[in-house]
Write a protein that binds this ligand. Structure first.
Ligand code: ASP
Ligand code: MG
Length: 419
């Protein structure tokens, strides 16, 4: 069994979906195909959620209609007869908002992946491919941390092998030379009582890694709109270089620093079972792309990674006590409980600074921190990580930028800069 993952950009129109079908046809392997919502659908559904949350129903309806029109066009271009209005029904607009934003969000935003997989599955079947649609709501069992659900691997594995494992062992399929193709949603799961959850934005890569781990897959391939893993974002830098091979550790470091090619949680389930991860361009499926696997090879070009929209919070004890010894665990307990994502830590005798992603959870965390510490902060920041840095490179990157903080080790420089 191989796992393929297609992101929103690779299924953003009918041509992309036709291309997906070609890529599936290029191999005879059993496939688990994990797919994101089409194009920018998740952003669109977030707008619907936010408008409903603000009780602005006309605006929600308009945003929903835009999503329907977009899907209907793709359905028509693929020659299918599905109804986008059934995939994104009016009941969305009548859903009780409740008091839990995250829960409400997950019930609506998950429809993007359900719709994309429905459409793609229908297209593959219409094209004569024997594919089966899976509903990950009932397979990827999670806790009820809505918007960032934790996956219960044993329960999910059991549900997945009930669906897939039996077929894998079915010798008669092999005799007939048939293979299995499953179409599954990335990013979404469900609680024990069947409520939909999501794994965090861009979480489809993580789904692919999880199912690969659970099925002991031979490999995972993420099909993307870039040639593979590059040493910098091609939208920001000219002359990027393809990194053809990297270790699991280097991949985690890159993803954590903010490299957008893979979700940071993707690597662990693969490393644990030594499953290789390929990142390949969907526009050129025979190209080698990049491979992440167990290797000692080090990346030999400087790598530039931006983590955007950061906030630098500085904490000082009100009573002048030493921060590191006395306060570290207290501070990080608060940070963890409020689901902040820390990108960098810096300390002195009486202060601790943490750089975090500027999310909607920040304010509550700061309020709680304020009760024990003097809190100051800077917003509108980006974090630049340079792996494989040199004095020349560092000087170049500092020049002309307002740098609030620099952290330097032998190979890596990290700069917190004003946007
Ligand atoms: N559709 C989700 C998102 O855009 C998940 C994913 O694409 O990985 O965040
Ligand atoms: Mg995506």
């Amino acid at each position: 069994m191989k796992v393929y993952k297609f992101g929103g950009a690779s299924v953003k129109d009918a041509a992309g979906i036709e291309n997906l079908k070609c890529i599936l046809s290029m191999t005879k392997d059993n496939l688990m195909v994990v797919i994101s919502a089409m194009g920018k659908t998740t952003n669109g559904l977030e707008t619907v959620v936010n408008q409903l949350w603000e009780h602005n129903n006309p605006a929600a309806q308009t945003a929903l209609q835009t999503i329907r029109d977009y899907h209907q066009t793709i359905i028509r271009d693929l020659g299918l007869t599905l109804s986008a209005k059934e995939l994104f029904p009016d009941t969305i607009l009548q859903m009780p908002v409740g008091t839990n934003y995250d829960r409400f969000y997950d019930q609506i935003v998950s429809l993007g992946e359900l719709a994309s997989t429905r459409i793609i599955h229908a297209y593959l079947v219409a094209q004569g491919m024997d594919a089966e649609w899976l509903d990950m709501t009932h397979i990827l069992r999670t806790d009820s941390t809505f918007r960032e659900a934790g996956v219960d691997i044993p329960a999910s594995q059991e549900a997945l092998s009930r669906k897939v494992g039996k077929s894998l062992e079915d010798a008669s399929l092999r005799v007939r030379g048939e293979r299995l193709v499953y179409i599954a949603q990335g990013f979404i799961g469900g609680t024990e009582d069947g409520q939909r959850t999501t794994l965090g934005r861009e979480g489809s890569d993580y789904t692919a890694a999880l199912v690969a781990n659970m099925l002991d897959a031979e490999s995972v391939t993420i099909w993307k709109d870039v040639p593979g893993i590059l040493n910098a974002d091609p939208r920001l830098v000219e002359n990027t270089v393809l990194i053809d091979e990297l270790s699991y550790i280097e991949a985690v470091e890159l993803a954590y620093s903010g490299a957008q090619v893979i979700h940071p949680k993707t690597i662990r389930p693969l490393e644990n079972k030594r499953i290789p991860l390929y990142v390949k361009p969907f526009g050129d499926p025979t190209a080698a792309g990049s491979i992440i696997h167990a290797t000692d090879k080090k990346i030999d070009v400087p790598v530039y990674i931006w983590r955007k929209n950061q906030l630098l919070i500085t904490l000082r004890a009100k009573d002048f006590s030493f921060m590191l010894e006395e306060s570290l665990s207290h501070i990080f307990d608060i940070i963890h409980r409020h689901r902040l994502k820390v990108s960098l830590i810096q300390s002195s005798a009486v202060t601790i600074s943490v750089c975090v992603d500027n999310t909607r959870y920040v304010q509550d965390a700061m309020n709680e921190l304020q009760s024990a510490y003097r809190v100051t902060y800077n917003e509108g920041l980006n974090l630049l990580t340079i792996r494989g840095t040199s004095p020349d490179i560092l000087r170049q990157e500092q020049e002309g930028r307002e740098v609030l903080l620099t952290q330097l080790t032998r190979r890596t420089a990290r700069l917190v800069v004003k946007r």
